[in-house]
Unconditional design. Structure first.
Lengths: 120, 109
């Protein structure tokens, strides 16, 4: 079955750029019908959607993060990535990649998440 | 942005009891684009309900969802030990954008 796996540095310094990667296995990113998202969860807090893309090239971001976020895809590796600029301690969170089914816009598949800590 | 407010923040119940969790939207949302999730410590959220009332694959029938417009409810009839967790509601709206409620923690009394 399809699985998602996040990977990232674990620790970044303030003002640096964060890059996380989600590897999709057991299925193809460009199979259609699904949008691929990044979502984060601050420690002990709720969930925040960051942005998503469709394999055809459409990309959308949360207005609150839009100025600092880029989501890109490498279909040859079946991976997609999150790039977040100018990080601060407020960006410390568990970052999840997730898949949303286009017709009902629910997240039916999630990665296990990767903790990112922003600290000097 | 549509804000989802969940109540109560914490719900203390015993095994076997019925749990009723509420989610209120700041403006009307499409029932088709409304979902509920369960999250346990150290795990990602798990989809329970989509389209406001449809159970996801493998979800026991003690979980049910209802509601429309701005008021939605998740009901768990006959709590099992594995049901004690945090529950989130989620909606998808124009822009596009997704928003989540702040969560309801269901704890053992």
């Amino acid at each position: 079955q399809v699985q998602l796996q996040e990977s990232g540095p674990g620790l970044v310094k303030p003002s640096q750029t964060l890059t996380l990667t989600c590897t999709v296995s057991g299925g193809s990113i460009d199979s259609g019908g699904y949008y691929w998202s990044w979502i984060r969860q601050h420690p002990g807090k709720g969930l925040e959607w960051i942005g998503h893309f469709y394999y055809s090239g459409s990309t959308y971001y949360s207005p609150s993060l839009k100025s600092r976020v880029t989501i890109s895809v490498d279909t040859s590796k079946n991976q997609f990535s999150l790039r977040l600029n100018s990080v601060t301690a407020a960006d410390t969170a568990v970052y999840y990649c997730a898949r949303a089914y286009w017709e009902y816009w629910y997240f039916d598949l999630w990665g296990r998440g990767t903790l990112l800590t922003v600290s000097s | 942005e549509i804000v989802l407010t969940q109540s109560p923040g914490t719900l203390s119940l015993s095994q076997g009891e019925r749990a009723t969790l509420s989610c209120r939207a700041s403006e009307s949302v499409s029932s088709s684009y409304f979902a509920w999730y369960q999250q346990k410590p150290g795990q990602p959220p798990r989809l329970l309900i989509y389209g406001a009332s449809s159970r996801a694959t493998g979800i026991p029938d003690r979980f049910s969802g209802s509601g429309s417009g701005t008021d939605f409810t998740l009901t768990i009839s006959g709590l099992e030990p594995e049901d004690f967790a945090v529950y989130y509601c989620q909606q998808y709206g124009p822009s596009p954008s997704y928003t989540f409620g702040q969560g309801t923690k269901l704890e053992i009394k």
